[in-house]
Design a protein around this ligand. Structure first.
Ligand SMILES: Nc1nc2c(c(=O)[nH]1)N[C@H]1C(S)=C(S)[C@@H](COP(=O)(O)O)O[C@H]1N2
Ligand SMILES: [Mo]
Length: 354
């Protein structure tokens, strides 16, 4: 069963084991528009499955007029697009929640942007012909394990309407090379704008269904809940967030920052899965200043921002917050939920200026 631990209890060994398997992106990786592959964060619930690409097939079944079985070559020969997409794990920031759910103990680093190449899901669904009674599409990965005593393959569903968005891809390349094993080789779903759990890796089956899917990762996990009895609300799109590259140099291991006095260019990224980011502000000791925001033409990738800070000697508290086009702004106080999901609390970076 899901366990909550308080900060006072420290870090558990199983959390540490998860942290070494699933790494985050070093925040200085926000320098790059496209995250180098080895720096891209990872979240793997079970084991990376072993897949032979020559015998691998993608099966499309269920409420369709014609079922399909496609080889990797069949998929690669379809029309292809490449788009930069920012992925964020829904558990990003989990360790700031108190008490927290025992799961991947992310700080703020479960965020990355890759250039994904693939073919539009809608093209394949149209070739199969979705029948009228269809309501959702279930995506099944080849990875299998047990979570909360439930044995299952990793599976998620999406509404037909979401599946029809042209930017929802079946992706087989990342940053111009073959998809690496840890990111879903040979094929993964990629749903821009949604938290990462939706983008099923190691895809092997797509089933069009006539009733809402009730699998573990859909109906039990990934819900905003007050407590275990609360059915909660499903987690979907990425909430607005800005992060800064911690300035100056860190202390090892505390990672507290030391910065030289003078003009310091603070830089970072901001993103949102529901509407464009329209504003980023930098907080210096609680006073907010507008940062310069570079609205990137890419709709589903983070944008960069910068702010020149006149750093004076002493201890300071830096922060940043983003606002989206619907007026959503990041909260100053934690909005707690049982599984520690969708946390977009304002980042705080204490620094000492010398
Ligand atoms: N089959 C499968 N797909 C999966 C997962 C998984 O464990 N198994 N993890 C999901 C989660 S929670 C996230 S955040 C993203 C992470 O993608 P990445 O590891 O390529 O960054 O993959 C998603 N797709
Ligand atoms: Mo995730």
């Amino acid at each position: 069963m899901t366990q909550l631990v308080s900060r006072a209890e420290g870090v558990r060994f199983d959390e540490l084991a998860l942290a070494t398997r699933n790494h985050g992106m070093q925040l200085e990786g926000m320098r790059y528009d496209i995250t180098p592959i080895g720096m891209h964060y990872l979240l793997i619930h079970f084991d990376i499955p072993e897949i032979d690409p020559s015998s691998w097939r993608l099966r499309i079944t269920g409420c369709v007029k014609r079922g399909l079985e496609l080889s990797l070559d069949d998929i690669r020969s379809r029309p292809a697009t490449t788009i930069p997409v920012t992925l964020e794990c829904a558990g990003n920031g989990r360790t700031a929640m108190d008490p927290r759910n025992v799961g991947q103990p992310w700080g703020l680093e479960a965020i990355s942007t890759a250039a994904w190449t693939g073919t539009a899901l809608v093209g394949i669904l149209d070739d199969c012909g979705i029948r009228d009674e269809a309501v959702e599409v279930v995506f099944t990965g080849a990875d299998r394990g047990i979570q909360d005593d439930v044995e299952h393959n990793y599976q998620r569903s999406l509404s037909i309407r979401e599946c029809r968005r042209p930017e929802v891809l079946l992706a087989y390349e990342m940053n111009g090379g073959a998809l690496p094993p840890q990111h879903g080789f040979p094929l993964r779903l990629l749903v821009p704008g949604w938290y990462g759990m939706t983008s099923v890796k190691w895809l092997r089956n797509i089933e069009v269904v006539d009733r809402p899917f009730t699998g573990f990762q859909q109906a039990v996990n990934y819900r905003y809940q007050r407590d275990e009895a609360d059915p909660g609300v499903p987690v979907s799109r990425i909430r607005v967030r800005a992060l800064m590259i911690p300035p100056g140099m860190p202390d090892n291991p505390s990672r507290r920052r030391t910065v030289d006095a003078g003009a310091v260019v603070l830089r970072g990224r901001a993103w949102c899965g529901t509407s464009p980011v329209v504003r980023v502000e930098v907080g210096v000791d609680g006073v907010w200043h507008d940062a310069r925001l570079n609205r990137e033409p890419a709709e589903f990738a983070w944008c960069s921002w910068s702010y020149t800070w006149d750093a004076r000697p002493g201890a300071h508290r830096l922060s940043c917050r983003a606002t989206d086009a619907d007026g959503n702004v990041q909260p100053a106080e934690q909005i707690w939920n049982r599984l520690g999901l969708g946390n977009n609390l304002i980042q705080e970076v204490p620094v000492t200026v010398r």
